[in-house]
Design a binder for this molecule. Structure first.
Ligand SMILES: [Zn+2]
Length: 490
């Protein structure tokens, strides 16, 4: 799915053509500064599509800073006098359009406004190259003081570097079209000094050494949303395994923790892929893996899941149910990664599904049943509906200026609860058919809420529009749970 044309509606364009005949080319106008996302109006951009992105990182010795270059192949969807990329913070060194210097202006709300020497015609393919200088703050010396904003971007944890780009953090690292609907095949090049290893999404396609400097190039041919990029640098070891359905597994683990971490990964990671493949169909890509970092945290970075190395040690892994988190992140490979959200208000399609299959995994592994988890979520739902609004229409104002909006409990638990209600309504077999249709029809694409509702109705052979809307857009209280008339909200 792509952004809409701006000023003129289709009817107006037809009328204009009838009156004047087709113009030689439309007069160039600025591309929109955003895709019109209600939660982040300036996220992403209008007037072009990204067809391919090549992102290069050249780290200084010591990893405190880096030079980053984005080379984006774009195709204009209107005649452009100028266009925007998203960039917030880094120092711009150079901007070129089709190899020629372009004028640019960086705004305080995260837009890099680029004016090429000549306007770009509607439909034309062109290349923009932006080089920036940036620093990678040390998380241990400067721990974030309560603000999620500080976590977004590229940072160091001890002697490791990692990236937290979700949801709009990549613009803090280099210039990109920073919206999940702007997916594109991605090549990442990482240059480091000394013995540090490096890793990124996709496959390692080349390694070259020049003196003390090593450059590794990774290629992800599947479209990748900017929020799902991962770039890791540090003293880690990469091991390869053969995974379910013949996919390649790649684990990047801190070298000094490899013996402690790998047994848990070997036990859980392929098992989680198998568990989900049985329900959803084949894993969406041909490569899967983990970047296990000393910093903690977990994120569904496509084909290279970020997991906390500390949580993968035997001391903590067995007791705290971290395997449920692994299953959650793997579920995102289908929901959120392969099928990206069309708008941020559709986030329940990603996080709700991941939570639902996490519940399912935990149920199958002797923890709370899915009914217990759903019942608990149902009982407390008024709290999160009151805090942030409906599951599929979160209230932007309720999140303030946080970089983490709209990752709120209502999106996770409310999304999972909606899926549970749907399963109760249509039965297990039909529910599984809906899920399989959703991930296969939108494989490596983009999906939104109304599209999911239409898919569910078509596959179930019944009009589920009123039912699903009553769950997804409820303002104060959710409908009664099918099959559980005894469930009540507190
Ligand atoms: Zn998640």
């Amino acid at each position: 799915m792509k952004r809409k044309p701006q000023a003129l509606g289709a009817a107006a364009i037809v009328a204009a053509l009838l009156l004047t005949g087709p113009p030689a080319f439309a007069s160039p106008a600025p591309g929109a500064p955003g895709v019109g996302d209600a939660l982040w109006p300036t996220a992403g951009n209008g007037g072009y599509r990204v067809e391919r992105q090549r992102l290069s990182f050249d780290f200084a010795d010591g990893l405190e800073s880096y030079t980053a270059t984005s080379q984006l192949n774009l195709r204009a969807t209107q005649s452009l006098s100028r266009f925007d990329l998203d960039l917030l913070g880094p120092q711009v060194r150079e901007v070129k359009v089709d190899g020629k210097p372009a004028t640019w202006q960086s705004t305080s709300d995260g837009e890099l406004v680029i004016t090429p020497r000549r306007p770009i015609r509607d439909g034309a393919r062109f290349t923009v190259t932006v080089t920036v200088f940036n620093t990678a703050p040390d998380l241990e010396k400067n721990p974030p003081a309560g603000s999620d904003d500080l976590l977004n971007g590229m940072w160091r944890a001890g002697n490791h570097v990692q990236l937290h780009a979700q949801p709009v953090g990549l613009r803090r690292v280099l210039a990109v079209d920073d919206h999940p609907s702007a997916k594109a095949p991605t090549t990442v090049s990482i240059t480091t000094t000394g013995s540090a290893n490096s890793v990124a999404n996709g496959r390692l396609v080349s390694t070259s050494v020049s003196g003390a400097r090593t450059t590794r190039v990774f290629d992800e041919p599947r479209p990748l949303a900017t929020q799902l990029l991962q770039v890791g640098v540090g003293p880690f070891t990469v091991v390869h395994r053969r995974g379910p359905d013949g996919i390649d597994l790649r684990y990047a683990v801190p070298t000094d923790m490899a013996d402690a971490v790998l047994p848990q990964l070997d036990k859980t990671f392929p098992a989680a892929i198998e568990f989900l493949s049985r329900r959803l169909g084949r894993f969406p890509g041909s490569v899967a893996g983990v970047y296990a970092t000393p910093s903690g945290g977990a994120l569904e970075t496509q084909g290279l899941t970020w997991l906390s190395a500390g949580e993968l040690t035997p001391e903590t892994f067995v007791n705290n149910g971290f395997d449920g988190v692994v299953a959650h992140e793997i579920a995102h490979e289908w929901f959120g990664d392969s099928v990206a959200v069309a708008r941020w208000s559709d986030l329940w399609l990603s996080e709700g599904h991941a939570r639902f299959y996490e519940w399912m995994w935990n149920d199958a592994h002797g923890r709370n049943t899915i009914e217990q988890n759903a019942r608990h979520a149902y009982e407390v739902h008024r709290k999160w509906l009151g805090a942030n609004g409906p599951v599929a229409a979160p209230d932007a104002a309720s999140f303030g200026g946080s970089d983490s909006k709209p990752f709120a409990e209502g999106v996770y638990a409310g999304g999972a609860l909606t899926l549970y209600a749907l399963r109760q309504q249509v039965g297990d077999t039909t529910f599984e058919r809906i899920e399989r249709a959703w991930v296969s029809e939108n494989h490596d694409g983009v999906g939104g809420t109304e599209q999911f509702i239409a898919t569910a109705s078509r596959i179930a052979g019944q009009d589920l529009v009123p039912f699903l809307r009553s769950w997804l857009y409820a303002k104060g209280t959710l409908p009664p749970m099918p099959g559980h008339p005894d469930w009540h909200a507190a």
